[in-house]
Design a protein around this ligand. Structure first.
Ligand code: NDP
Length: 350
C-alpha cells in the first residue's frame, strides 16, 4: 500500500501554556501529509493513545521533564497502540498490533530501529485487549510493578500508602502491592466516588479523600500504627504527611509530583526532610525506562493475574482525536478513574 498523497489528522502544540496552566487553546487539530513508507518502516492506524502527567512538563520551554520538550507548531507525541496497515518490515504483516510513541495522530509511520523516537514493539493482542497494553500491561502497570519492587523494595507484611490511588499508576500500585505480599494498603484520592471504588472494587483497606480533609489527618486515622512504604505520585503535602507517618526504616518511592503541575498554592518546605533523618527513611527516585530488564517477568505475571481476575484493570476512555487535549486537561484535574485513554479509531472496542 502506498502512502503517497495520504494525510493524517494530528494534534500540535499551538502555544506554550500561560501562567494559569494549560488551556484548550494551547492545542490545535490539523492535517499533515504522511511520508512515503521506507524500508524497515510500518504504516500504523492508531487505535488508542495515552495522555500522561509527564506531558505537562514537556509543554514548557525549559521545565522539568522526562524526555524532550514539545516544539510550538509541531505534533505532540506519547504512547499509542495501533494496527499495521502496510509493512516494509520483514515478519510484520498488516493487521498486527504494535505499540509505539507516535500518539496524537491517526496514522503514524514507525520503524524497527531500537532507540529511535519512532521505534515500535509488537504486542500479542490475543493475550489482552489492545487498550490494556497502554494501561495495566503498559508503562502504567510496569511503573507500579518496578516502583514497588525495585525502588520501594516491597517486603512481605508491609503497610503501604499510595497517592493518586484512583488513577492509572496508583490503582495498579494498590492492587499489585497486595498481590506481592503487603499486609495492608491505603490510598488517597480526590473524590468520594474514587475512595469508594478503592475499598469496594480494588481491595484497598482504607481510602482518604484529600479534598475533604487535610491528608495528614486522614492518613493518621487510616494508619494509626504508621506505614512502611509510601508510593508518591503527588509530592507536596502528601509527601510531608507520609514522612510523618513512616515507621523507622521506612521507604519512599518518588514516582511523580503531580501536585507541582496542578496546584498554584505554595509547596511545603524541604525542612520536613528532618523526618527522614529521625526515622532512617530511604527516599528513592526512579524512572521506569531504567528497569526494562524486568519487562518480561512483569508482562507474564501481570497478564496472569488479569486472566485469573486477581487484578482489575480500570480505564477511562475518551472518544476521538479531536477530544485528546480535553482528555489530557481532564486527567490533570482528576476526571479519570484508572488509565485515561483516547480512542482514536472508533471501530476498535475499548
Ligand atoms: P493518573 O492516572 O494518576 O492521573 C493523575 C491524577 O493525579 C488525577 O487523576 C488526579 O486524581 C491526581 N491529581 C491531580 N492533581 C493533584 C493534586 N494537586 N494532588 C493530588 N492528586 C492530584 O496519572 P498516572 O497514573 O499516569 O501518573 C501518576 C504519577 O506517576 C504522576 O506523578 C506521573 O508523573 C508519575 N509517573 C512516573 C513515572 C516514572 O517513571 N517515574 C512513569 C509514569 C508515571 P485525584 O482525583 O485523586 O485528584
Amino acid at each position: 500500500m502506498s502512502t503517497a498523497g495520504r494525510h493524517t489528522r494530528v494534534v500540535t502544540l499551538a502555544r506554550r501554556p500561560g501562567p494559569g496552566g494549560p488551556a484548550p487553546e494551547d492545542f490545535t487539530l490539523t492535517e499533515r501529509a504522511v511520508p512515503e513508507l521506507g524500508a524497515g518502516q510500518l504504516l500504523v492506524r492508531n487505535a488508542f493513545m495515552s495522555v500522561d502527567p509527564s506531558m505537562r512538563g514537556r509543554l514548557e520551554e525549559t521545565e522539568k521533564h522526562y524526555t524532550t520538550n514539545f516544539a510550538v507548531g509541531e505534533p505532540l507525541d506519547g504512547s499509542a497502540i495501533g494496527r499495521v496497515l502496510a509493512s516494509r518490515v520483514p515478519g510484520i504483516h498488516p493487521g498486527a498490533w504494535v505499540r509505539h510513541r507516535l500518539g496524537w495522530r491517526e496514522l503514524a509511520i514507525v520503524e524497527a530501529t531500537p532507540g529511535s523516537p519512532a521505534a515500535f514493539s509488537a504486542v500479542d493482542a490475543a493475550r489482552a485487549a489492545p487498550s490494556a497494553w497502554l494501561g495495566i500491561l503498559g508503562q502504567t502497570g510496569f511503573t507500579a510493578y518496578a516502583g514497588l519492587l525495585r525502588a520501594g523494595k516491597l517486603a512481605r507484611g508491609d503497610a503501604v500508602f499510595v497517592s493518586a490511588a484512583g488513577g492509572a499508576v496508583g490503582s495498579a500500585v494498590g492492587q499489585l502491592a497486595r498481590l506481592l505480599g503487603a499486609a495492608s494498603v491505603i490510598g488517597s484520592a480526590g473524590s468520594v466516588a474514587k475512595c469508594h471504588l478503592l475499598t469496594t472494587e480494588l481491595g484497598f483497606d482504607a481510602a482518604v479523600d484529600y479534598r475533604a480533609e487535610p491528608i495528614a489527618a486522614g492518613l493518621g486515622r487510616a494508619a494509626p500504627d504508621g506505614i512502611d512504604l509510601y508510593f508518591d505520585n503527588v509530592g507536596g503535602d502528601h509527601l510531608v504527611a507520609a514522612l510523618h507517618a513512616l515507621r523507622v526504616g521506612g521507604r519512599v518511592v518518588l514516582c511523580g509530583m503531580i501536585s507541582q503541575f496542578t496546584s498554584t498554592a505554595p509547596q511545603p518546605g524541604i525542612d520536613h526532610l528532618i523526618q527522614a533523618v529521625l526515622r532512617r527513611v530511604t527516599l528513592r527516585g526512579f524512572i521506569i525506562r531504567d528497569h526494562e530488564d524486568l519487562r518480561t517477568e512483569f508482562t507474564d505475571r501481570v497478564s496472569g493475574w488479569l486472566r485469573t481476575g486477581e487484578l482489575v484493570s480500570r480505564q477511562t476512555v475518551v472518544d476521538g482525536l479531536e477530544n485528546a487535549s480535553a482528555a489530557f486537561l481532564g486527567m490533570l484535574r482528576g476526571d479519570n478513574v484508572g488509565k485515561m485513554l483516547v480512542r482514536v479509531d472508533p471501530d476498535v472496542e475499548a
